[in-house]
Write a protein that binds this ligand. Structure first.
Ligand code: ADP
Ligand code: NA
Length: 330
């Protein structure tokens, strides 16, 4: 296509994406189709680092893929597939692990955080080598750009180091990827605890909007969002995190600027804002949900799309792996 290749993926770790994933990732992915040649992967191998029931994992993988498509990822423009369907990810991860220093891997702060949560014995080796698998995901396809949030910066830096190291030891083989900084998409926060980010791992899900939720539940959660004791609708993240979050969601979904919204709601009450926003959110969630459920109801069609995406990815991966094995002498 002549457009720069871009790689991104999400783990199939929940039964539904939430509004934060939708606005913070999926909407950006859809927009990036205009500019890039994207590969959007459901990274199920990464999810094996969590101890998930096989039936649940299988279902979540399909649901995640269906949601990529429901959100507007166009399989004619983007390769949409499941990571484990292309053997090159695991193959390249092994080769890269053999040029990664133990201490270098041990410095990854996300591993330190996650293993601290699991305790010494609870953390598996997959969690430790996870960034190397992520490097393989990217380098396998010569991705020039990788959209990264703050939490993935260090992993992308490792990916770049591994690409450069391999190239200088064995000859030019990999494109060294650049981070693609997505336009300041502020984090969507929890509707009940508006200083915390909306997350699938929140203890209570009452402040989370699932993209596959019943529209009635969605509307209710918006209407019961925590605000503050003032009455004024203005954007102030410090003093009014709840209202700021509602305005952010409104602005992102309706495509109106926050100052425009502040002006429209001047002198109106929180109830007016919530009522209108509930309509806006339902207007997005309802058709999204219908599209995702239709795909899940037609397993043959979803399988066909994923097989097609995997075929396209595999063609690239096989050429790259043959080259890599040749370079290292196997
Ligand atoms: P969670 O935080 O619920 O575990 P993930 O870590 O699986 O979500 O994130 C998947 C994608 O969604 C990432 O690109 C991440 O940056 C984005 N994302 C997750 N939560 C939010 C949020 N509250 N606001 C904006 N983007 C988010
Ligand atoms: Na997370």
């Amino acid at each position: 296509t002549g457009r720069p290749r871009l790689f991104s993926g999400m783990q199939p770790t929940s039964d539904s994406l939430h509004l934060g994933n939708y606005l913070g990732a999926l909407v950006q992915w859809v927009a990036m189709q205009e500019q890039f040649d994207p590969i959007y992967c459901v990274v199920d191998l990464h999810s094996l680092t969590l101890d998930t029931d096989p039936k649940v994992l299988r279902q979540r993988t399909r649901v995640t893929a269906a949601q990529y498509l429901a959100g507007g990822i166009d399989p004619a423009r983007s390769a949409v597939f499941v990571q484990s369907h292309v053997a090159g990810h695991s193959q390249l991860a092994w080769v890269l692990s053999c040029i990664t220093g133990f201490g270098e891997a041990a410095r990854m702060t996300q591993f330190k955080d996650k293993s601290a949560r699991h305790g010494q014995d609870g953390a598996n080796v997959g969690l430790f080598t996870y960034p190397i698998l992520m490097a393989a995901d990217i380098l396998l396809y010569d991705a020039a750009k990788v959209p990264v949030g703050e939490d993935q910066r260090q992993h992308l830096e490792l990916t770049r180091n591994l690409a450069q190291r391999f190239n200088s030891r064995f000859g030019q083989t990999f494109v060294v990827p650049e981070p693609y900084i997505v336009k300041a998409t502020a984090k969507i926060t929890d509707l009940q605890e508006p200083t915390a980010k909306m997350s699938k791992s929140a203890e209570s899900q009452n402040g989370v909007i699932d993209m596959l939720a019943d529209p009635k539940v969605v509307a209710k959660r918006i209407r019961s969002a925590v605000t503050d004791t003032e009455r004024e609708i203005r954007f102030d993240e410090e003093a009014k995190p709840g209202i700021a979050n509602l305005l952010r969601i409104y602005s992102a979904l309706a495509g109106e600027s926050i100052p425009e919204l502040e002006e429209r709601y001047a002198g109106k009450g929180y109830g007016d804002l919530k009522k209108d926003l509930a309509e806006v959110v339902v207007g997005v969630v309802e058709p999204f949900r219908a599209r995702a459920l239709a795909l899940l109801d037609d397993p043959a069609e979803l399988d066909r799309i994923l097989a097609d995406g995997a075929d396209r990815a595999r063609q690239l991966a096989e050429v790259k792996m043959a080259r890599v094995y040749d370079r290292v002498g196997i």
